[in-house]
Design a protein around this ligand. Structure first.
Ligand code: MN
Length: 214
C-alpha cells in the first residue's frame, strides 16, 4: 500500500524471502521498533519492527509474540555488511536482541552522533533531526499508541507514523557523519558505539543509572 509518498509492505511473523533478498542489496538499512512500552525486556514486549532502504519505503513486520521466531530479520540484523541505522538504539537493540535472540552487528546511532556533534542544541529527538536535515515536521502524537493490536487493525495513521520513524534516517546519518568528521569526533563516536552493548547489559541487569557517576 502507499501512504502519503511512502510505499508500505506489511509482514506477519517475519519478512518474506523476497523482501530479505531485496533488503540484502542495500549497504545500509534504517531500523526502528515499537513496543508495548519503554521498559523493554522487563515489563514490555516487542510489537513491531520497521525497516527502510532509504527510498521512501517501509517494511513493517509484526513478530509472532508467542515465539518471536523471525530468521529472515535476524539475517539482516546479524549481517556485518549492512549498517543498521537507528535513533536511540539503546532501546531497539535491547528489545531486538532479547526477543529475537540475536547479536546485532554494524550499527549507526543517530542520537549518539547528534549529541556528539550538534553541541549548539539540547534537542536530539528524531523530530528535531528530521526538521533540521529534512525540513519536515514530524507528527509524534501517535507515538504512544497501542502497537500490539493485530497488524490488520493498525490505522493508516499508525502505519504512517511508524514508517516516518525510519524513512528519514539515511539522510540524517549522512549529515551527522559529515559533522562528526568536521568536528573530529568520529573516534569518540565509535568508542561510544562499542560501549552500547555493555550499556544495554547494564540496563537489562537493573543498573539504569550512569555507572561512571560519582
Ligand atoms: Mn518508533
Amino acid at each position: 500500500m502507499i501512504l502519503g509518498m511512502t510505499k508500505i509492505y506489511k509482514f506477519q511473523d517475519d519478512i518474506s524471502t523476497n523482501a530479505l533478498q531485496e533488503l540484502e542489496k542495500h549497504p545500509s538499512l534504517a531500523i526502528d521498533t515499537e513496543g508495548t512500552g519503554l521498559d523493554i525486556t522487563k515489563r514490555d514486549k516487542l510489537s513491531l519492527i520497521q525497516i527502510s532502504t532509504g527510498n521512501n519505503d517501509a517494511y513493517i513486520c509484526q513478530p509472532n509474540r508467542k515465539n518471536y521466531k523471525a530468521p529472515n530479520i535476524v539475517k539482516i540484523l546479524e549481517n556485518n555488511e549492512i549498517t543498521k541505522i537507528g535513533h536511540y538504539l539503546r532501546y531497539d537493540v535491547s528489545g531486538l536482541e532479547y526477543f529475537l535472540k540475536c547479536n546485532i552487528k554494524n550499527i549507526f546511532d543517530t542520537k549518539i552522533a547528534s549529541k556528539l556533534c550538534r553541541t549548539y542544541t539540547q534537542n536530539h529527538g528524531l523530530k528535531d533531526l528530521v526538521l533540521e536535515f529534512c525540513g519536515k515536521k514530524l507528527d509524534k502524537r501517535l507515538g504512544s499508541s497501542d502497537w500490539n493490536k493485530d497488524l490488520e487493525k493498525l490505522s493508516d495513521g499508525q502505519l504512517q507514523y511508524c514508517s516516518n520513524d525510519v524513512v528519514y534516517l539515511h539522510k540524517i546519518k549522512d549529515e551527522l557523519n559529515k559533522m562528526l568528521i568536521r568536528e573530529n569526533r568520529i573516534e569518540l563516536y565509535e568508542n561510544c558505539i562499542q560501549f552500547l552493548k555493555t550499556r544495554i547489559k547494564l540496563d537489562q541487569n537493573g543498573f539504569t543509572e550512569d555507572i561512571f557517576q560519582h
